[in-house]
Design a protein around this ligand. Structure first.
Ligand SMILES: C[S@@+](CC[C@H](N)C(=O)[O-])C[C@H]1O[C@@H](n2cnc3c(N)ncnc32)[C@H](O)[C@@H]1O
Length: 267
């Protein structure tokens, strides 16, 4: 059962995000710049405006974390399809189809893993996938070959995309932002490579708004991050509006743990 998230809830989510990021940065001893909430230009969206300062120490730790994530995912790769198919059955339902069926034109899939989304895209999209782990990518390419899918699947880091500004009509990501070390940088890159009016489509597991479920997630978080590089307490509203995305649709299910989101780059 999917529940639409009301505008007020989106706004509350953004306010919580601003506070959480401020607290995080105070704990890291980092100066984060000015942030506030404002009503969007159409009067119906709320955005976080943030001006993060250059943070060389943080950049170094992101690089280290990216190397760690790559190693964890290389190790995970042979087991990934089996493990995720279980969670697809109990949590994600038709989420992959929901994301991919709305993609059109030139499509970039971030953190494509073993390319499980391939069968769900319309036949006429021109798909490029980016993946950090060579082991995941090997499985992805094998899948594409077996399916006869012409996708261009490349090794890369979605925190530093190799594409010029405005190269894609659609950016998709399923279950990737929970693992990408620097979500804000990856979101900024997704925004940059989208054409004005271009669409972002996501399926994610996120922190639940239900206190009891969130408490459970908080307990599991250190183990999930350590062994699977998987963050359970993230939420796209923490990083999408701040880089310029306008949220068009957001639905949660499964005690608020699973989120589907459609956003666009204004213009
Ligand atoms: C949980 S898996 C999801 C895979 C796939 N998107 C799916 O829906 O099955 C997370 C993936 O994100 C990839 N990833 C994490 N950080 C990345 C980065 N900076 N650039 C590219 N891929 C990244 C990991 O290597 C891993 O394959």
């Amino acid at each position: 059962m999917w529940k639409s998230v009301e505008k007020a809830e989106v706004r509350e989510g953004l306010q919580r995000a601003v506070k959480a990021r401020d607290k995080n940065e105070r704990q890291m001893g980092v100066e984060g710049g000015r942030r506030e909430l404002r009503q969007g230009p159409l009067g119906n969206d709320w955005m976080v405006w943030s001006y993060a300062s250059a943070m060389p120490a943080t950049r170094q730790s992101i690089e280290q974390e990216t190397a760690r994530v790559r190693a964890v995912q290389d190790k995970q790769a042979p087991k990934y399809d089996r493990q995720i198919s279980f969670f697809e059955r109990i949590l994600f339902g038709d989420g992959r189809a929901w994301v991919c069926s709305q993609a059109h034109g030139q499509v970039l899939e971030l953190a494509c893993g073993t390319a499980r989304n391939l069968p769900h895209y319309p036949a006429d999209v021109e798909l490029t996938g980016i993946e950090l782990s060579t082991e995941m990518l090997t499985i992805a390419r094998k899948r594409a070959q077996e399916l006869g899918h012409p996708a261009d699947l490349r090794l890369g880091d979605v925190q530093a995309l190799e594409f010029p500004d405005g190269s894609f009509d659609t950016v998709t990501c399923t279950l990737g932002f929970c693992t990408i070390p620097d979500t804000t940088t990856a979101a900024r890159e997704a925004f940059r490579v989208l054409r004005p009016g271009g669409r972002l489509l996501m399926l994610e597991h996120v922190r639940s708004p239900a206190p009891i479920v969130r408490a459970g997630q908080r307990l599991l978080e250190p183990l999930a991050v350590r062994f699977e590089a998987d963050h359970l307490l993230r939420e796209p509203l923490d990083y999408l509006p701040g880089v310029g995305f306008e949220i068009d649709e957001m639905k949660r299910s499964k005690w608020g743990i699973v989120e589907r989101l459609r956003a666009h780059k204004p213009g």
